[in-house]
Design a protein around this ligand. Structure first.
Ligand code: 5AD
Ligand code: SF4
Length: 366
């Protein structure tokens, strides 16, 4: 065991230089970091993985983020929106398998027809499962306070909105610099969600062009200072039809991005012991068992994709996105087997809310 590392790992709080050091660990030292994170997960939230059935509701998007394969300017994707029946079918699958929660994700749109449709779907889900409703997470981008409130009242109680990078200058390199892609507005939206009492999740992409370990250290500090309840972080994976693709030569190899993401997860688990950390699908794009490996590094949420398979080819945010049919019993049995092999059990029949949210609420009410 590396005792210098052990001393850092046992500090009450990490400073930026500790974080950069931890982010650069390799080999046995990296393993020691993962073990520490897993130990903390076991102690504070238990060796349990929660499933959220992921429904990629629509790939229509009004934004043009430089990294994303379904950005507005991508011409080669057929744009779709799921029917009510398709959404309810996916929810049913999740409920039949006794997963406590679902996630509804889509490209960003703020027109009233869209926001109303989401409200109606939320009500339909809550009414259909009035006895035992699923926990509902939304991941639908930036919205007005009224819309966030309307969706909350209709039954959503968690929201994921990645900051992508907490460094404004880096954010502005990976997005067009205009009013609809404003860093300050993104931040304001996150604050809105927290104020409206959503369980608030954010996250970043790891291994992007122009990104340094210092940026990532700042991202971790941002998440701690913002007091997030949930986090989803995944490796950046280049997509040939996006503007950022021209900077692919400066990227580290995908395997290195994968491991760096696992280190981000492990460090965050040590810093924020009782939040929920999702094991992102992008991990699985690099390594078939990537998501299960993240559980060993401190993640505790997996979001199996319940979008009907015929739409998968049109929801490629990045290349090599897994297009397996996760909506099959064999797939799920296999996933559960891998989770057990990683040492976790599955939190069936529970919402699996982040403990941190309740601790934060009671702290704020004192
Ligand atoms: N690589 C990895 N993640 C991506 N996302 C979008 N494009 C990519 C990409 N090329 C992530 C963003 C977004 C989430 C829905 O998907 O972080 O917030
Ligand atoms: Fe749209 Fe989200 Fe992709 Fe940006 S990352 S282009 S908001 S789907």
């Amino acid at each position: 065991m590396n005792t210098a590392l052990d001393n850092v790992l046992n500090k009450a709080s990490f400073d930026k230089s500790d974080l950069v050091y931890l982010l650069s660990l390799e080999g046995e030292d990296e393993q020691q970091l993962f073990e520490k994170a897993y130990e903390i997960k076991a102690k504070y939230i238990g060796k349990k993985t929660y499933f959220r059935g992921l429904i990629e509701f629509s790939n229509i998007c009004s934004k043009n983020c430089y990294y994303c394969g379904i950005r507005r300017s991508t011409k080669s994707v057929d744009r779709y929106e799921l029917s009510d029946e398709e959404v309810m079918g996916a929810v049913k699958f999740a409920m039949n398998h006794n997963w406590g929660s679902i996630v509804i994700q889509a490209g960003e749109r703020s027109n009233k027809a869209f926001t109303d449709r989401i409200t109606q779907l939320l009500k339909k889900i809550k009414n259909t499962y009035a006895e035992n409703p699923p926990g509902i997470t939304l991941s639908l981008g930036e919205q007005s306070e009224e819309v966030f409130q309307e969706w909350f009242d209709a039954g959503a109680h968690r929201y994921l909105l990645r900051i992508e990078s907490s460094t404004k200058s880096l954010y502005e390199k990976i997005h067009p610099v205009d009013a609809v892609h404003s860093f300050d507005y993104r931040l304001e939206n996150l604050k809105r969600l927290q104020k409206l009492n959503y369980q608030t999740g954010t996250g970043v992409m790891v291994g992007m062009p122009f990104q340094t370990l210092e940026h990532l250290a700042d991202d971790l500090i941002f998440m701690r200072d913002f007091d997030i309840d949930m986090c989803g972080m995944g490796p950046y994976i280049e997509h040939s039809e996006t503007p950022l693709y021209e900077h692919r030569h400066q990227l580290m190899p995908t395997e290195a991005r994968f491991r760096l993401t696992l280190r981000m997860i492990a460090i965050l688990r040590i810093m924020m012991k009782d939040i929920n950390i999702a094991s992102a699908t992008a991990l699985q794009a690099i390594h078939p068992q990537g998501r299960e490996m993240a559980l060993k590094a401190g993640a505790n949420v997996i979001m199996p994709n319940l979008t009907p398979v015929k739409y998968h080819e049109n929801y490629h945010l990045y290349k090599n996105k897994p297009t397996v049919n996760e909506e099959t019993d064999i797939y799920i049995q296999d996933l559960i087997k891998n989770i057990h092999a990683a040492g976790d059990s599955v939190g069936h029949g529970e919402w699996g809310d982040p403990k941190h949210y309740f601790a934060r609420q009671s702290k704020n009410s004192i």
